[in-house]
Design a protein around this ligand. Sequence first.
Ligand code: UD1
Length: 370
Amino acid sequence: MKKVILVAGARPNFMKIAPLMHALKGNTHIKPVLVHTGQHYDITMSGQFFEELNIPAPDINLEVGSASHAVQTARIMEGFEQVCINEKPDFVLVVGDVNSTAACTMVAAKFDGIKTIHYEAGLRSGDRSMPEEINRLVTDAITNVFFTTSADADENLLKEGIAPERIFMVGNLMIDSLTANLKKAEDTSLNFKLLNKNAEVAANALSKYGVMTFHRPNNVDNELMLKKLVKIWAKVSEKIPLIFPVHPRTYKNIQNFGLQAEINSYKNLYFIEPLGYLQFINLVKNAAFALTDSGGIQEETTFMNIPCLTVRPNTERPVTIWEGSNKLLKISEIETEIDLIIQGKGKKGIVPKFWDGHTAERIVKILEKM
Ligand code: UD1
């Protein structure tokens, strides 16, 4: 029996780990050990995802919590080294591009006898001002095996000199979670309590609305940028209501930059708590568009064929633009694009290859051969 440690750290990891845990259940060749680094730790960012996605409680929780990049990475490395010593795994499989991804790969790569595997390898935004791009580059520079979501990722890895036999295009684990949970998501309530107001918004009572997520440091840690964004959200919300489950990083900055009172004054701009997986999927599924700077939402909207406006100069997920319903936009282009969507002329696309709900099965088959 081989042992594989699966690492989950932050919110976008949980929907990628869930299908793998389910596909490995009862496997007689591979025993999974689930390690949660504790990078995300509270109910809204972590606990409710485990519950809704039926992920078993982690075997080990490093409880590292929030800190600066270096301190958080160092804490994860220190804790995970001990895990590798105690557990003696054959494989360590990490997903995505968060600090936990790079930290655990750096630790495992120095143990003789541990093979490291990166799911979502090869994605490149080309933008090293993003902490996630640094994590992708570091992880892929040292990992042994590369599981990819799209052909462009394979090409990036080949260009970087990775031997083709180490690269496996397996498809998209997020879409495994999405297809498995879409029906269940449709039954969740779309009534949300507003943050900082004693009121609710009933999304299904609105004839149309957009869903919004923003949390990239380049957008929300910069006071001028965040102020610009608030102005544009206000303008857009005059045309179509906007529902915004606010990430803790963004919420803190809104408070620190004194923007809450202004936001409260815009009546169609609905700020709500971060949502669990099922409610979020339901909210997106019924939305006219998503306005975002997230990575994962570009993929989920592509699968659901909902126009996605990504407010970033680049994306590590170009297949969502070439094939899917995603567009990259500058702040100054948002309003025009939303006018088009309101007229029914939003971007539509197709679903990329292997985004079919069977990625975890393909990964388990490859692991069994290894
Ligand atoms: C991290 C990932 C990012 C991912 C995002 C999804 C890195 C470098 N970044 O960014 O790629 O898209 O998660 O959410 O790994 N906080 C809470 N509760 C929690 C977790 C965090 O309140 O459970 C607060 C922290 O106090 C911190 C802020 O949220 O101030 C940011 O958290 P952090 O994990 O440092 O980075 P994210 O911006 O979430």
